[in-house]
Design a protein around this ligand. Structure first.
Ligand code: GDG
Length: 448
Protein backbone atom coordinates (compact mmCIF):
# COMPACT_ATOMS: atom_id res chain seq x y z
CA UNK A 1 0.00 0.00 0.00
CA UNK A 2 1.26 3.49 -0.77
CA UNK A 3 2.30 5.89 1.94
CA UNK A 4 -0.06 8.28 3.70
CA UNK A 5 1.25 11.77 4.41
CA UNK A 6 -0.61 13.70 7.09
CA UNK A 7 -0.05 17.44 7.22
CA UNK A 8 -1.42 19.40 10.16
CA UNK A 9 -0.51 22.58 12.00
CA UNK A 10 0.63 20.54 14.99
CA UNK A 11 2.44 17.23 14.90
CA UNK A 12 1.48 15.13 17.93
CA UNK A 13 4.11 14.09 20.40
CA UNK A 14 4.44 10.33 19.75
CA UNK A 15 5.47 9.78 23.36
CA UNK A 16 1.99 10.89 24.43
CA UNK A 17 0.19 7.82 23.18
CA UNK A 18 -3.27 6.38 23.74
CA UNK A 19 -5.14 8.08 26.52
CA UNK A 20 -3.46 11.47 26.34
CA UNK A 21 -2.97 11.72 22.57
CA UNK A 22 -4.48 14.69 20.75
CA UNK A 23 -7.85 14.37 19.00
CA UNK A 24 -6.54 14.07 15.46
CA UNK A 25 -3.98 11.43 16.44
CA UNK A 26 -6.78 9.33 17.94
CA UNK A 27 -9.04 9.79 14.91
CA UNK A 28 -6.25 8.76 12.54
CA UNK A 29 -4.94 5.89 14.67
CA UNK A 30 -6.57 3.20 12.58
CA UNK A 31 -5.52 4.62 9.22
CA UNK A 32 -1.96 5.06 10.49
CA UNK A 33 -1.80 1.52 11.86
CA UNK A 34 -2.46 0.00 8.44
CA UNK A 35 0.18 1.64 6.31
CA UNK A 36 3.44 3.48 6.25
CA UNK A 37 2.93 7.12 7.19
CA UNK A 38 4.67 10.46 7.34
CA UNK A 39 3.29 13.12 9.69
CA UNK A 40 4.45 16.62 8.83
CA UNK A 41 3.91 20.00 10.51
CA UNK A 42 4.91 22.45 13.21
CA UNK A 43 6.88 21.12 16.18
CA UNK A 44 5.09 23.38 18.66
CA UNK A 45 8.40 25.21 19.30
CA UNK A 46 9.45 28.67 18.17
CA UNK A 47 12.90 29.82 17.08
CA UNK A 48 14.51 32.99 15.73
CA UNK A 49 13.33 32.16 12.17
CA UNK A 50 11.23 29.39 10.65
CA UNK A 51 13.30 26.30 9.90
CA UNK A 52 13.80 25.22 6.32
CA UNK A 53 14.83 21.62 6.90
CA UNK A 54 12.44 19.49 8.91
CA UNK A 55 13.69 17.38 11.79
CA UNK A 56 12.76 13.75 11.21
CA UNK A 57 12.32 10.91 13.65
CA UNK A 58 10.63 7.58 13.43
CA UNK A 59 8.35 5.74 15.85
CA UNK A 60 7.13 2.37 14.55
CA UNK A 61 5.84 2.81 11.00
CA UNK A 62 5.27 6.53 11.39
CA UNK A 63 7.93 9.06 10.46
CA UNK A 64 7.48 12.49 12.04
CA UNK A 65 8.92 15.53 10.30
CA UNK A 66 8.65 18.84 12.17
CA UNK A 67 9.65 22.45 11.73
CA UNK A 68 10.14 25.10 14.41
CA UNK A 69 8.34 28.34 13.54
CA UNK A 70 10.07 31.71 13.64
CA UNK A 71 8.64 33.95 16.39
CA UNK A 72 7.30 36.50 13.91
CA UNK A 73 5.76 33.74 11.77
CA UNK A 74 4.16 32.21 14.87
CA UNK A 75 2.62 35.56 15.75
CA UNK A 76 1.38 36.30 12.22
CA UNK A 77 0.39 32.85 10.95
CA UNK A 78 -0.84 31.18 14.13
CA UNK A 79 -1.97 33.79 16.66
CA UNK A 80 -2.85 36.31 13.95
CA UNK A 81 -4.46 35.08 10.79
CA UNK A 82 -5.37 31.52 11.90
CA UNK A 83 -6.73 32.29 15.36
CA UNK A 84 -7.81 35.94 15.19
CA UNK A 85 -9.06 36.16 11.56
CA UNK A 86 -10.06 32.74 10.25
CA UNK A 87 -11.29 31.10 13.46
CA UNK A 88 -13.97 33.75 14.25
CA UNK A 89 -14.96 34.09 10.57
CA UNK A 90 -15.49 30.36 10.16
CA UNK A 91 -17.53 30.30 13.40
CA UNK A 92 -19.86 33.08 12.16
CA UNK A 93 -18.40 35.69 14.58
CA UNK A 94 -17.53 38.67 12.39
CA UNK A 95 -17.54 41.04 15.35
CA UNK A 96 -14.46 39.28 16.74
CA UNK A 97 -12.44 39.27 13.52
CA UNK A 98 -9.11 41.07 13.60
CA UNK A 99 -7.32 41.42 10.32
CA UNK A 100 -3.99 42.72 9.18
CA UNK A 101 -2.23 42.29 5.86
CA UNK A 102 0.96 41.41 7.73
CA UNK A 103 -0.84 38.52 9.42
CA UNK A 104 -2.18 37.27 6.10
CA UNK A 105 1.29 37.56 4.54
CA UNK A 106 2.70 35.53 7.46
CA UNK A 107 0.00 32.90 6.98
CA UNK A 108 0.83 32.58 3.30
CA UNK A 109 4.56 32.58 4.05
CA UNK A 110 4.26 29.67 6.50
CA UNK A 111 2.06 27.68 4.11
CA UNK A 112 4.67 28.18 1.37
CA UNK A 113 7.47 27.22 3.78
CA UNK A 114 5.60 24.05 4.78
CA UNK A 115 5.20 23.10 1.12
CA UNK A 116 8.85 23.76 0.34
CA UNK A 117 10.01 21.73 3.31
CA UNK A 118 7.70 18.81 2.57
CA UNK A 119 8.13 18.59 -1.22
CA UNK A 120 11.63 17.00 -1.16
CA UNK A 121 10.36 14.28 1.21
CA UNK A 122 7.51 13.22 -1.08
CA UNK A 123 7.32 10.08 -3.19
CA UNK A 124 5.38 10.07 -6.47
CA UNK A 125 2.65 7.70 -5.22
CA UNK A 126 2.11 9.30 -1.79
CA UNK A 127 -1.41 10.24 -0.74
CA UNK A 128 -1.37 13.60 1.05
CA UNK A 129 -4.04 14.63 3.55
CA UNK A 130 -3.92 18.18 4.94
CA UNK A 131 -5.94 19.18 8.00
CA UNK A 132 -7.81 22.26 9.00
CA UNK A 133 -8.04 26.00 8.54
CA UNK A 134 -4.35 26.67 9.07
CA UNK A 135 -3.67 25.10 5.68
CA UNK A 136 -6.10 26.58 3.14
CA UNK A 137 -3.29 27.58 0.68
CA UNK A 138 -1.02 24.60 1.37
CA UNK A 139 -2.26 22.37 -1.48
CA UNK A 140 -1.94 25.21 -3.98
CA UNK A 141 1.63 25.82 -2.76
CA UNK A 142 2.52 22.17 -3.34
CA UNK A 143 1.01 22.35 -6.83
CA UNK A 144 3.11 25.45 -7.57
CA UNK A 145 6.17 23.35 -6.78
CA UNK A 146 5.03 20.76 -9.33
CA UNK A 147 3.60 18.13 -6.95
CA UNK A 148 1.10 15.92 -8.77
CA UNK A 149 0.18 13.56 -5.94
CA UNK A 150 -3.38 13.21 -4.69
CA UNK A 151 -3.92 15.91 -2.08
CA UNK A 152 -6.99 15.98 0.14
CA UNK A 153 -8.11 18.57 2.70
CA UNK A 154 -10.40 18.27 5.70
CA UNK A 155 -11.87 21.29 7.47
CA UNK A 156 -12.56 20.45 11.14
CA UNK A 157 -14.48 23.66 11.83
CA UNK A 158 -17.66 24.99 10.18
CA UNK A 159 -17.79 26.79 6.86
CA UNK A 160 -20.20 29.76 7.09
CA UNK A 161 -22.64 31.00 4.44
CA UNK A 162 -20.72 32.74 1.64
CA UNK A 163 -21.95 36.24 2.58
CA UNK A 164 -20.22 35.88 5.94
CA UNK A 165 -17.05 34.44 4.47
CA UNK A 166 -16.71 37.37 2.03
CA UNK A 167 -16.34 39.69 4.98
CA UNK A 168 -12.81 38.37 5.44
CA UNK A 169 -10.43 40.50 3.38
CA UNK A 170 -9.00 38.60 0.41
CA UNK A 171 -11.38 35.72 1.01
CA UNK A 172 -11.75 35.02 -2.72
CA UNK A 173 -8.05 34.32 -3.15
CA UNK A 174 -8.02 31.97 -0.16
CA UNK A 175 -10.95 30.06 -1.53
CA UNK A 176 -9.45 29.89 -4.99
CA UNK A 177 -6.42 28.21 -3.39
CA UNK A 178 -8.66 25.64 -1.74
CA UNK A 179 -9.71 24.53 -5.21
CA UNK A 180 -6.22 23.03 -5.69
CA UNK A 181 -7.22 20.09 -3.46
CA UNK A 182 -8.62 16.90 -5.02
CA UNK A 183 -11.13 16.33 -2.20
CA UNK A 184 -12.36 19.02 0.18
CA UNK A 185 -13.99 17.42 3.21
CA UNK A 186 -16.21 19.20 5.73
CA UNK A 187 -18.12 18.04 8.81
CA UNK A 188 -21.77 18.49 7.82
CA UNK A 189 -24.11 18.89 4.86
CA UNK A 190 -24.70 22.52 5.85
CA UNK A 191 -20.96 23.21 5.65
CA UNK A 192 -20.83 21.47 2.27
CA UNK A 193 -23.70 23.57 0.92
CA UNK A 194 -22.05 26.78 2.15
CA UNK A 195 -18.65 25.93 0.73
CA UNK A 196 -20.05 24.83 -2.64
CA UNK A 197 -21.99 28.09 -2.85
CA UNK A 198 -18.86 30.12 -2.17
CA UNK A 199 -16.78 28.18 -4.72
CA UNK A 200 -19.49 28.53 -7.37
CA UNK A 201 -19.67 32.27 -6.70
CA UNK A 202 -16.00 32.73 -7.64
CA UNK A 203 -16.35 30.58 -10.75
CA UNK A 204 -14.54 27.52 -9.35
CA UNK A 205 -17.25 25.20 -10.69
CA UNK A 206 -14.78 22.34 -11.11
CA UNK A 207 -14.13 22.33 -7.36
CA UNK A 208 -17.81 22.27 -6.35
CA UNK A 209 -18.18 18.52 -6.91
CA UNK A 210 -15.03 17.84 -4.86
CA UNK A 211 -16.68 19.12 -1.67
CA UNK A 212 -18.27 16.43 0.49
CA UNK A 213 -19.31 15.93 4.12
CA UNK A 214 -17.40 13.36 6.21
CA UNK A 215 -18.64 13.69 9.81
CA UNK A 216 -15.78 12.85 12.16
CA UNK A 217 -16.40 10.28 14.89
CA UNK A 218 -14.69 8.74 17.91
CA UNK A 219 -13.32 5.29 18.74
CA UNK A 220 -16.51 4.47 20.62
CA UNK A 221 -15.60 1.01 21.95
CA UNK A 222 -12.33 2.14 23.43
CA UNK A 223 -13.96 5.18 25.05
CA UNK A 224 -16.68 2.97 26.56
CA UNK A 225 -14.00 0.64 27.89
CA UNK A 226 -12.13 3.61 29.36
CA UNK A 227 -15.30 4.80 31.11
CA UNK A 228 -16.05 1.33 32.50
CA UNK A 229 -12.52 0.91 33.80
CA UNK A 230 -12.62 4.35 35.37
CA UNK A 231 -15.40 3.31 37.74
CA UNK A 232 -12.94 1.46 39.97
CA UNK A 233 -10.33 4.23 39.91
CA UNK A 234 -9.61 6.10 43.10
CA UNK A 235 -10.21 9.51 41.43
CA UNK A 236 -13.66 8.45 40.28
CA UNK A 237 -14.60 7.02 43.65
CA UNK A 238 -13.47 10.13 45.46
CA UNK A 239 -15.38 12.32 43.05
CA UNK A 240 -18.51 10.18 43.40
CA UNK A 241 -18.31 10.39 47.19
CA UNK A 242 -18.06 14.16 46.96
CA UNK A 243 -21.39 14.27 45.12
CA UNK A 244 -23.23 12.67 48.06
CA UNK A 245 -26.07 11.40 45.92
CA UNK A 246 -26.62 14.62 43.98
CA UNK A 247 -27.18 14.47 40.21
CA UNK A 248 -24.19 15.52 38.15
CA UNK A 249 -24.21 17.77 35.09
CA UNK A 250 -20.93 17.74 33.16
CA UNK A 251 -19.47 20.13 30.59
CA UNK A 252 -16.07 19.60 28.93
CA UNK A 253 -14.73 22.20 26.50
CA UNK A 254 -11.57 24.00 25.59
CA UNK A 255 -11.95 27.47 27.05
CA UNK A 256 -13.08 29.04 23.77
CA UNK A 257 -15.65 31.71 22.91
CA UNK A 258 -17.30 29.39 20.38
CA UNK A 259 -18.34 26.97 23.12
CA UNK A 260 -21.09 29.18 24.61
CA UNK A 261 -19.78 28.96 28.19
CA UNK A 262 -21.12 32.27 29.61
CA UNK A 263 -24.58 31.51 28.22
CA UNK A 264 -24.32 27.98 29.64
CA UNK A 265 -23.38 29.23 33.11
CA UNK A 266 -26.28 31.66 32.90
CA UNK A 267 -28.59 28.79 31.84
CA UNK A 268 -27.54 26.81 34.90
CA UNK A 269 -28.23 29.88 37.04
CA UNK A 270 -31.70 30.05 35.48
CA UNK A 271 -32.30 26.41 36.38
CA UNK A 272 -31.62 27.21 40.03
CA UNK A 273 -33.70 30.40 39.88
CA UNK A 274 -36.74 29.01 38.09
CA UNK A 275 -36.77 25.42 39.34
CA UNK A 276 -35.83 25.78 43.03
CA UNK A 277 -36.66 22.10 43.64
CA UNK A 278 -33.27 21.26 42.10
CA UNK A 279 -31.32 23.47 44.52
CA UNK A 280 -28.94 21.40 46.57
CA UNK A 281 -29.83 18.32 44.45
CA UNK A 282 -27.57 18.96 41.50
CA UNK A 283 -23.88 19.70 40.91
CA UNK A 284 -22.53 21.09 37.65
CA UNK A 285 -18.87 20.32 36.86
CA UNK A 286 -17.38 22.37 34.04
CA UNK A 287 -13.93 21.31 32.86
CA UNK A 288 -12.55 24.05 30.60
CA UNK A 289 -8.80 23.75 30.02
CA UNK A 290 -7.25 27.08 29.02
CA UNK A 291 -6.59 27.32 25.31
CA UNK A 292 -4.87 30.07 23.29
CA UNK A 293 -4.24 31.89 26.56
CA UNK A 294 -1.98 34.38 24.76
CA UNK A 295 -4.87 35.80 22.67
CA UNK A 296 -6.61 38.79 24.32
CA UNK A 297 -10.17 37.61 23.59
CA UNK A 298 -9.50 34.33 25.37
CA UNK A 299 -8.17 36.11 28.45
CA UNK A 300 -11.31 38.29 28.50
CA UNK A 301 -13.52 35.20 28.28
CA UNK A 302 -11.71 33.66 31.22
CA UNK A 303 -12.35 36.74 33.34
CA UNK A 304 -16.01 36.68 32.35
CA UNK A 305 -16.36 33.04 33.39
CA UNK A 306 -14.61 33.64 36.71
CA UNK A 307 -17.22 36.29 37.36
CA UNK A 308 -20.16 34.07 36.37
CA UNK A 309 -18.92 31.20 38.51
CA UNK A 310 -18.43 33.49 41.49
CA UNK A 311 -21.86 35.05 41.08
CA UNK A 312 -23.76 31.76 40.76
CA UNK A 313 -21.98 30.12 43.66
CA UNK A 314 -22.24 33.27 45.75
CA UNK A 315 -25.96 33.48 45.16
CA UNK A 316 -26.99 29.84 45.57
CA UNK A 317 -24.30 27.97 47.52
CA UNK A 318 -25.03 26.51 50.94
CA UNK A 319 -22.44 25.59 53.54
CA UNK A 320 -22.51 21.98 52.32
CA UNK A 321 -23.30 22.54 48.64
CA UNK A 322 -21.38 24.27 45.87
CA UNK A 323 -23.63 24.31 42.77
CA UNK A 324 -20.91 24.96 40.19
CA UNK A 325 -17.46 23.41 40.16
CA UNK A 326 -15.39 25.09 37.51
CA UNK A 327 -11.81 24.17 36.62
CA UNK A 328 -9.51 25.50 33.91
CA UNK A 329 -6.98 22.67 34.20
CA UNK A 330 -7.20 19.60 31.98
CA UNK A 331 -8.36 16.29 33.45
CA UNK A 332 -6.64 13.06 32.31
CA UNK A 333 -8.68 11.30 29.64
CA UNK A 334 -9.26 8.02 31.56
CA UNK A 335 -10.58 10.01 34.53
CA UNK A 336 -12.69 12.27 32.33
CA UNK A 337 -14.37 9.23 30.77
CA UNK A 338 -15.40 8.08 34.25
CA UNK A 339 -16.74 11.53 35.19
CA UNK A 340 -18.84 11.48 32.00
CA UNK A 341 -20.28 8.09 32.95
CA UNK A 342 -21.26 9.40 36.37
CA UNK A 343 -23.08 12.40 34.91
CA UNK A 344 -26.86 12.40 34.57
CA UNK A 345 -26.53 15.15 31.96
CA UNK A 346 -23.90 15.93 29.34
CA UNK A 347 -24.22 19.66 28.68
CA UNK A 348 -22.79 20.62 25.28
CA UNK A 349 -23.93 24.04 24.09
CA UNK A 350 -21.49 25.59 21.58
CA UNK A 351 -22.70 28.66 19.70
CA UNK A 352 -21.21 27.02 16.62
CA UNK A 353 -19.08 23.88 16.34
CA UNK A 354 -17.76 21.90 13.38
CA UNK A 355 -18.67 18.60 15.03
CA UNK A 356 -18.07 18.43 18.82
CA UNK A 357 -16.56 15.15 19.92
CA UNK A 358 -17.43 15.64 23.58
CA UNK A 359 -21.10 15.03 22.72
CA UNK A 360 -20.18 11.67 21.18
CA UNK A 361 -17.81 10.76 24.02
CA UNK A 362 -20.55 11.46 26.57
CA UNK A 363 -22.89 9.06 24.77
CA UNK A 364 -20.18 6.37 24.50
CA UNK A 365 -19.38 6.69 28.23
CA UNK A 366 -22.92 5.95 29.47
CA UNK A 367 -24.08 2.86 31.34
CA UNK A 368 -26.65 1.27 28.96
CA UNK A 369 -28.84 0.26 31.91
CA UNK A 370 -29.08 3.75 33.35
CA UNK A 371 -27.83 6.27 30.79
CA UNK A 372 -27.80 10.02 31.17
CA UNK A 373 -29.24 12.61 28.80
CA UNK A 374 -27.31 14.68 26.29
CA UNK A 375 -28.39 18.34 26.15
CA UNK A 376 -26.99 19.58 22.86
CA UNK A 377 -26.79 22.85 20.94
CA UNK A 378 -28.60 22.81 17.63
CA UNK A 379 -25.54 24.55 16.16
CA UNK A 380 -23.07 21.68 16.68
CA UNK A 381 -22.30 19.54 13.63
CA UNK A 382 -22.91 16.51 15.88
CA UNK A 383 -26.71 17.06 15.87
CA UNK A 384 -26.94 15.17 12.58
CA UNK A 385 -25.71 11.97 14.28
CA UNK A 386 -27.41 12.39 17.67
CA UNK A 387 -31.19 12.29 17.14
CA UNK A 388 -31.87 11.34 20.77
CA UNK A 389 -30.34 14.48 22.26
CA UNK A 390 -32.44 17.26 23.82
CA UNK A 391 -31.73 20.19 21.49
CA UNK A 392 -31.40 23.76 22.68
CA UNK A 393 -30.65 27.16 21.25
CA UNK A 394 -27.46 27.95 23.21
CA UNK A 395 -28.19 31.70 23.20
CA UNK A 396 -31.35 31.23 25.27
CA UNK A 397 -30.45 30.52 28.92
CA UNK A 398 -34.11 29.78 29.68
CA UNK A 399 -34.19 27.09 27.03
CA UNK A 400 -31.05 25.58 28.58
CA UNK A 401 -32.69 25.69 32.02
CA UNK A 402 -35.87 24.03 30.73
CA UNK A 403 -33.89 21.26 28.99
CA UNK A 404 -31.88 20.67 32.18
CA UNK A 405 -35.10 20.38 34.18
CA UNK A 406 -36.56 18.00 31.62
CA UNK A 407 -33.42 15.83 31.67
CA UNK A 408 -33.20 15.81 35.48
CA UNK A 409 -36.78 14.58 35.79
CA UNK A 410 -36.80 12.19 32.82
CA UNK A 411 -37.84 8.59 33.58
CA UNK A 412 -35.28 5.89 32.96
CA UNK A 413 -37.16 4.30 30.02
CA UNK A 414 -37.17 7.62 28.17
CA UNK A 415 -33.49 8.16 28.90
CA UNK A 416 -32.71 4.72 27.54
CA UNK A 417 -34.76 5.25 24.39
CA UNK A 418 -33.03 8.56 23.69
CA UNK A 419 -29.59 7.14 24.42
CA UNK A 420 -30.17 4.18 22.10
CA UNK A 421 -31.07 6.56 19.29
CA UNK A 422 -27.72 8.27 19.79
CA UNK A 423 -25.39 5.36 20.42
CA UNK A 424 -26.16 3.60 17.13
CA UNK A 425 -24.47 6.25 15.07
CA UNK A 426 -21.74 7.01 17.63
CA UNK A 427 -20.67 3.36 17.25
CA UNK A 428 -21.24 3.03 13.52
CA UNK A 429 -19.91 6.40 12.30
CA UNK A 430 -16.68 6.27 14.29
CA UNK A 431 -13.14 7.44 13.67
CA UNK A 432 -12.36 4.43 11.52
CA UNK A 433 -15.34 4.99 9.21
CA UNK A 434 -14.41 8.67 8.87
CA UNK A 435 -10.84 7.89 7.77
CA UNK A 436 -11.96 5.12 5.49
CA UNK A 437 -14.65 7.20 3.78
CA UNK A 438 -12.37 10.18 3.25
CA UNK A 439 -9.41 8.17 1.96
CA UNK A 440 -11.62 6.00 -0.27
CA UNK A 441 -12.94 9.12 -1.88
CA UNK A 442 -9.46 10.60 -2.27
CA UNK A 443 -7.83 7.45 -3.57
CA UNK A 444 -10.73 6.30 -5.72
CA UNK A 445 -13.04 3.50 -4.59
CA UNK A 446 -10.93 0.84 -6.37
CA UNK A 447 -7.95 0.77 -4.04
CA UNK A 448 -9.88 1.61 -0.86
C1 GDG B 1 -12.16 20.85 16.61
C2 GDG B 1 -13.52 21.41 16.20
C3 GDG B 1 -14.37 19.07 15.96
C4 GDG B 1 -11.33 18.59 26.38
N1 GDG B 1 -10.97 18.91 27.64
C5 GDG B 1 -10.18 17.92 28.07
C6 GDG B 1 -10.06 16.98 27.06
N2 GDG B 1 -10.77 17.41 26.02
C7 GDG B 1 -10.94 16.67 24.75
C8 GDG B 1 -12.36 16.20 24.58
C9 GDG B 1 -12.41 15.99 23.06
C10 GDG B 1 -11.49 17.09 22.56
O1 GDG B 1 -10.65 17.48 23.65
C11 GDG B 1 -12.25 18.32 22.10
O2 GDG B 1 -12.85 18.05 20.88
P1 GDG B 1 -14.10 18.87 20.32
O3 GDG B 1 -14.57 18.19 19.10
O4 GDG B 1 -15.14 18.93 21.37
O5 GDG B 1 -13.61 20.37 20.08
P2 GDG B 1 -12.35 21.19 19.43
O6 GDG B 1 -11.15 21.08 20.28
O7 GDG B 1 -12.84 22.58 19.24
O8 GDG B 1 -12.04 20.49 18.01
C12 GDG B 1 -14.63 20.44 16.59
C13 GDG B 1 -12.95 18.60 16.25
O9 GDG B 1 -11.98 19.59 15.89
C14 GDG B 1 -12.62 17.30 15.50
O10 GDG B 1 -12.81 17.43 14.13
O11 GDG B 1 -15.28 18.13 16.50
O12 GDG B 1 -15.88 20.93 16.13
O13 GDG B 1 -13.74 22.69 16.80
O14 GDG B 1 -11.90 14.76 22.69
O15 GDG B 1 -12.59 15.03 25.34
N3 GDG B 1 -9.33 15.85 27.17
C15 GDG B 1 -8.67 15.64 28.35
N4 GDG B 1 -8.76 16.53 29.39
C16 GDG B 1 -9.48 17.67 29.30
O16 GDG B 1 -9.54 18.44 30.26
N5 GDG B 1 -7.94 14.52 28.51
Amino acid sequence: MNRLVIVANRVPNPRERGATAGGLAVALRDALARREALWFGWSGQTAETTEIEPREFRVGRITYATLDLGREDYRRYYQGFSNASLWPTLHYRLGLVQFSRDDLAGYRRVNAAFAEALAPLLRPDDTIWAHDFHLFPFGAELRRLGCRQRIGFFLHVPFPPAALFWALPQAEALLADLAAYDVIGVQSEDDAINLRGALAAIGKEEAVSRVAAFPIGIEAESFTALAEKAMVKRETERFQQSLVGRSLIIGVDRLDYTKGLPQRFCGFGQLLARFPEHRSKVTYLQVAPVSRGDVAQYRALRRELDEWAGRINGQYAEPDWMPLRYMTRAVARPVLAGFMRLARIGLVTPLRDGMNLVAKEYVAAQDPEDPGVLVLSRFAGAVAQLPGALLVNPLDPDEIAEALDQALTMPREDRRARWEECVVSVRRDGAQAWCHDFLSRLEGANDA
